[in-house]
Structure formats: structure tokens, C-alpha cells
Design a protein around this ligand. Structure first.
Ligand code: F6P
Length: 255
């Protein structure tokens, strides 16, 4: 897409706010699909939002993925972040360790010189082990923090891309296709109408936990994520969407 000037991007922001019913949208220049520096731009916008919003003792739940990994690299110490506690939004989702929310949570807190807690729950658990582990007082206490944070920062991915990245087998890919899954976030898969159609088994934040008390920031860019962003925002419009021109123009063209 062409590089828009600032007023072009403000127009895109207004268009997306209206069509996706999101309180606030920030559109950075470029397209993160082919331009890695664009995730840094989106991260800078997110860091300034964190600094403006967060205060002592606030808890922030962060998801995994390459976008959030860039956020972790982009933050630096600030008095408003020092007494904030970062927690992972969900346990493992079958991802490479570098992209797991635990890893990103620790990296983010270290770059910000802030506090963090990690969730040590293995990915593949029997129902029985899962039940008893989540009854452990230490895990319960952490889950309570994770499930009612002040702020949630996450990304949204294309369903097929995410399932493949998590090494889903043919059967699973077929099932996702059959139920028209187009988007994924927090381990949930959504169809084009914003309905949850599948869920990965993992502990942590549940979509139902998201309410008025949480400021939800969605960071997702790249034209290839347009459909996924629309689907997720149809499920639940976030308080702030930070995206890029590539995604914003593709979203505008398809709604
Ligand atoms: O797997 C964690 C996760 O946050 C997913 O929920 C999301 O779809 C994905 O990462 C986004 O990854 P990326 O930022 O690499 O596109």
C-alpha cells in the first residue's frame, strides 16, 4: 500500500473506529507483513499508552507472538511501569518458547525494570492432572491475578497461520476449515462472524474474564491479518486497536 500522510492515517483511524465499533484506533505507517520495523512503530504507540495508563500495583496480562515480542524489546524503564506486575495471559499454546507469553512477560518486565510472575503449567496435561494442578493454592493465586488484570495486551492472528505455527495435524486443520475459523487470539479460534468455534486447552485468562475493569489493547498489523482483526473485533471490540496502514486499508476495503 502507498504510504499515507498523517491526515490520511487519521482518516483511516476514524473509519475503523466507526466500522469496527472500537473506542480508539491508532494506525501506524507501513505494513508489518513485509516490513519488520512496522511492529516497532506499533510497539512505540503501545508503550506510550502503557505509560499514560498504568500506575503502581497494576497487573498487566500479556499474550505471546512476534508482535508482543517486539513490544518487549521496545519498552524501557519508566517510573510509571516500575511497580507494575506483568503476568502471562495464558499458559503454553504449543508455540516455540521464544513466542510463549511466559517468555515475553519476563522479557517485557526486565526491559521495563518492572515486576513479573510466571505461570508454570505444561502444555499437554491429562484432564485429571489439569484439574489438580489448577487447584494448587500458588497456581490459584496467580490465576486470580491473570484473570482480573488492569490491562491486557494481545495480538490476533490468522487462524490457519496460528494453527500451523503450533504444529496442528491435518485433522485439526481440517476441523478449523470446516468451522470457518479465520482468527485466533488467546488460544480461541473465531469464525468470520466473531463466534468462538474452537478453543485450545490451557489455563489462564478466559475470554469471559474480559470486562469493564480491563483495558484491552489489541496490537495487530499486516494486510494478511485484516480478516482476523475484523472477526475478533466483531466478537468483542477492544478499548484500543493499534494497527498499521496495510491492515487498516485491507479492513476498510472489505467492510
Ligand atoms: O500464540 C500467541 C498469540 O498471541 C496468538 O494468540 C496470536 O494469534 C498470535 O500470537 C499473534 O502472533 P504474531 O504477533 O506473531 O502475529
Amino acid at each position: 500500500p502507498s504510504m499515507q500522510n498523517i491526515s490520511g492515517r487519521s482518516q483511516l483511524e476514524a473509519d475503523l473506529q466507526q466500522s469496527l465499533h472500537i473506542s480508539r484506533v491508532i494506525v501506524t505507517s507501513g505494513d508489518s507483513d513485509g516490513q519488520p520495523w512496522v511492529k516497532k512503530e506499533m510497539s512505540r504507540a503501545c508503550v506510550s499508552e502503557m505509560i499514560q495508563t498504568l500506575r503502581t500495583d497494576d497487573v498487566v496480562a500479556v499474550a505471546g507472538g512476534t508482535t508482543l515480542a517486539t513490544l518487549a524489546e521496545s519498552v524501557s524503564p519508566h517510573p510509571n511501569l516500575q511497580h507494575v506486575t506483568f503476568v502471562p495471559a495464558r499458559g503454553g499454546l504449543g508455540e516455540n518458547v521464544d513466542l510463549q507469553s511466559n517468555t515475553i512477560c519476563a522479557a517485557l518486565a526486565r526491559s521495563a525494570n518492572a515486576q513479573y510472575r510466571l505461570l508454570h503449567v505444561p502444555d499437554q496435561l491429562s484432564d485429571l492432572a489439569y484439574e489438580s494442578l489448577t487447584q494448587e493454592p500458588g497456581i490459584q493465586e496467580l490465576l486470580n491475578l491473570i484473570r482480573s488484570p488492569r490491562m491486557v495486551i494481545h495480538s490476533v492472528g490468522d487462524a490457519h497461520t496460528m494453527a500451523t505455527r503450533r504444529n496442528a495435524d491435518e485433522k485439526k486443520l481440517e476441523r478449523l476449515k470446516t468451522c470457518n475459523a479465520v482468527a485466533e487470539s488467546f488460544g480461541y479460534y473465531f469464525d468470520g462472524n466473531g463466534n468462538v468455534v474452537q478453543k485450545e486447552k490451557t489455563v489462564g485468562l478466559q475470554l469471559d474474564d474480559l470486562g469493564e475493569g480491563q483495558k484491552v489493547i489489541t496490537m495487530a498489523g499486516g494486510a494478511s491479518k485484516a480478516e482476523a482483526i475484523i472477526a475478533y473485533m466483531t466478537y468483542r471490540p477492544s478499548d484500543l486497536l493499534i494497527t498499521d496502514e496495510g491492515a487498516a486499508e485491507a479492513i476498510k476495503a472489505s467492510i
